[in-house]
Design a binder for this molecule. Sequence first.
Ligand code: MN
Length: 229
Amino acid sequence: MTDYAFPPPDQASIGIAGSSKRFPVHRIYCVGRNFAEHAREMGAEPSKGSPVFFMKPSDAVIQNPHIPYPSCTSDFHHEVELVLALGPSLPEHWSAENALQAVYGYAVGLDLTRRDLQAAAKEKRLPWDTAKGFDASAPISDIVPIQEAHLNADTLLSLHVNGIQRQQACLGDMIFSVSDILLALSGLYALQPGDLVFMGTPSGVAALHKGDRFHAELQGIAELHGTII
Ligand code: MN
């Protein structure tokens, strides 16, 4: 046994629907600008060039429904997203044909964002870490194993806040497909079992305030409820 100088932090993990086992989180990759209407609302022209990636720390995942309003922002935004969870069946040589075998299951999550800090970083061409990778910035549902999660182009991704719909799109509107994204990521990083991939958000991103109740849904597959405190 490794003789650590002090006890290491707990392994970040999330629940698995229909199982008492936990999904151990390795890294959290996120895709920017994967829905054309959202790229436009952020002031960018949608393009099918190379996908934009950024990361959150693995312990940014939170399944407690009480989500703390973060420090150092006055423009705290929701982004509802399809989340891929990668399992142990990773291809040895990645291709468009075999990329999907890496997917263990799907979840719905929020890529919570300090939009004011992101806008300032974009303006100065600085990194997005403080805008995207803060504590509790990745609320996520339990992972639904692929055997029970049948996604298709018409599957709706939606977010309601205080009972009012803020975001909705079908997965077929994504610029880059699940296999496009996995193939691109696999060229940049050694993907591992336990990696999560937030696939990008539809248009309609907006501010959350203390007391807001949210309900995110990946139609017929996963749901996520919570309150900003
Ligand atoms: Mn996002």
